[in-house]
Write a protein that binds this ligand. Structure first.
Ligand code: N01
Length: 489
């Protein structure tokens, strides 16, 4: 949009999967007084940004789709990044919401103004005001780069996994991949055949399970397109299998044992060298960190030019990485597959609520207490999507997004119908909600499984994951509970 309106009823920050879901829902409600501010040049968020070699989803395609825009054309059971991004852009076009997006527009600050009961928003494309602010900026978008002594003096290239530089050719290069999470496990096998030497710096060995990926046959695609109810039934089957299985695993630790055995057997089959296997073997309970799916990760280490390095990184020099054992590894390129700022998102420093306090300050003091992952005391007329404690390790985030959008639409409908000036969650409701969440989480494998992960904030509280069935979250977001909110007209 070239010249966007400077005041709208609802301003959404972020045009990723959650911002897009909100925009489409607003449109279908018949609302047009909204804008989506997106710092990139397209919709898609993480799926636009994460173009690293091998990038693909580890949630089945038919589940990782909007319920209102099922896609009969998925080519594989687990979709590659390009196909998901094409799907997202097609959905945005189909619902005609691209014209409500302002691209290349980064939010610099958003301040609640008590006197006017509005949000003042400064951006790289000028100022906006809005009655309601929706933070749809996501959790996995701000790259976290490792703080290693000397890294700023490295003379070669440094990529973060989510900012891949495709014009740079890795052929014949000595490449160091730092990290062994969900991104690394896809990058390592994808680039191994191209590079002269691959060093994989592992701090914590992950659990890796088989990836049941396959190409869909033409017949299956035709059935999805033309057989009434087929695709919905397929999707429901995948949904229930995932939800029940994962929650059972998280709640009944005895069930973890056979799955751990499966993972160990896989490791034994795929890596010939016993010493190497020992170093690849995870030392915490399965599920404590995200479970990774790959059939190609372990076998990559059987290649002579691929080295697993488990001594910690001591420093980076101009042309090498030095590990704690004093060994210097000559390196041309460093790939940081080191994850994201999740519980400490820089965007939290840019949003200022009542009394001028930033979200970062409020979270720092009291933890990431957010009512239903959506509303925060002290931040009137503001809602988050994919906020704290809405993450899933086992099912589709799109399901959680649609639940939250439903709740948001309930709140906005109440505001419009009752002509409310402000809506702000009660601190007592928020406190109670958070206490109950933390009580449930304290017994979960994420908290007790013997690992340290980005699910936990700096105080050790799990402020990332939703502790239970995803349909339970759908249940609590089905209707907007205005009694949990202070209102003013
Ligand atoms: O990031 P991560 P990711 N020195 O934070 C290591 C989603 N995702 O980008 O385990 C050395 O998980 C760190 O080590 P440790 C998914 O939700 C989805 O891989 O902390 N190592 C770890 O190994 C996922 O969970 C898909 O000891 C350092 C790695 O870097 C989330 O994105 C695909 C280090 C970071 O792992 C993030 O995944 C990809 C340091 N200083 C991603 N700092 C799908 O398929 C960090 N590490 C949907």
């Amino acid at each position: 949009m070239d010249e966007p309106p400077r005041h709208v009823h609802t301003l959404v920050i972020g045009g990723g999967l959650s911002g897009l879901a909100a925009a489409i829902r607003f449109r279908t409600q018949g609302w047009s007084d909204f804008l989506v501010l997106e710092r990139g040049q397209d919709v898609g968020g993480t799926w636009r940004d994460n173009t690293y070699p091998g990038a693909a989803c580890d949630v089945p395609s038919h589940l990782y789709s909007y319920s209102f825009a099922l896609n009969p054309d998925w080519s594989r059971s687990f979709s590659p990044q390009g196909e998901i991004q094409a799907y997202v852009t097609k959905v945005a076009r189909h619902y005609g919401v691209r014209d409500r997006h302002v691209f290349g527009c980064e939010v610099l600050s958003a301040r609640w103004r008590e006197a006017s009961a509005r949000w003042d928003v400064e951006t790289t494309r000028g100022a906006f005001t809005a009655d309601v602010l929706v933070g749809a900026f996501g959790a996995l978008c701000e790259p976290s780069l490792p703080e290693i002594p000397g890294i700023e003096d490295f003379a070669g290239r440094i990529h973060h996994s989510s900012r891949w530089e495709h014009d740079y050719d890795l052929s014949g290069k000595r490449v160091a991949v730092i990290g062994t999470g969900a991104s690394a496990v896809q990058i390592v096998p994808a680039i191994a055949s191209q590079v002269a030497e691959l060093q994989v710096y592992q701090r914590t060995a992950p659990w890796v399970l088989p990836r049941l990926d396959r190409r869909y046959s033409k017949l299956e695609r035709l059935a999805c397109r033309y057989l009434p109810g087929y695709q919905r039934a397929l999707r429901a089957g995948i949904y229930w299998a995932h939800d029940v299985q994962a929650v059972a695993l998280a709640k009944v630790p005895a069930l973890l044992k056979p799955v751990e055995l499966l993972a160990r057997t896989k490791l034994r089959k795929e890596v010939a060298d016993a010493k190497l296997r020992r170093r690849l073997r995870p030392r915490y309970r399965l599920g404590c960190k995200r479970i990774l799916l790959s059939n190609t990760y372990y076998p990559t280490f059987n290649q002579e030019h691929v080295r697993l390095i488990t001594d910690g990184i001591a420093e980076v020099r101009e042309k090498s990485i030095v590990t704690a054992d004093g060994v210097e590894h000559d390196t041309d390129v460093i790939v940081c597959a080191t994850g994201f700022h999740v519980t400490d998102s820089p965007t939290y420093q840019r949003i200022f609520g009542r009394d001028g306090r930033s979200l970062a300050d409020v979270f720092d003091e009291g933890g990431l207490q957010v009512y239903k992952g959506t509303a925060i005391a002290g931040f009137p007329n503001m809602f988050l999507l994919v906020g704290p404690n809405t993450g899933l390790g086992h099912n589709s985030m799109i399901f959680m997004i649609e639940s939250q959008v439903n709740y948001l639409v309930g709140a906005l409908t109440a505001m419009k119908r009752q002509r409310l000036r402000t809506l702000e969650v009660r601190a007592s409701a928020q406190r109670e909600y958070y206490r109950e969440l933390q009580r449930k989480l304290s017994r979960s494998v994420w908290n007790t499984g013997g690992c340290s992960s980005w699910y936990l904030d700096k105080h050790g509280a799990n402020t990332t994951m939703w502790p239970g069935f995803s349909f339970a979250f759908r249940g609590i977001t089905r209707t907007f509970d205005i009694e949990a909110f202070h209102i003013s007209s």
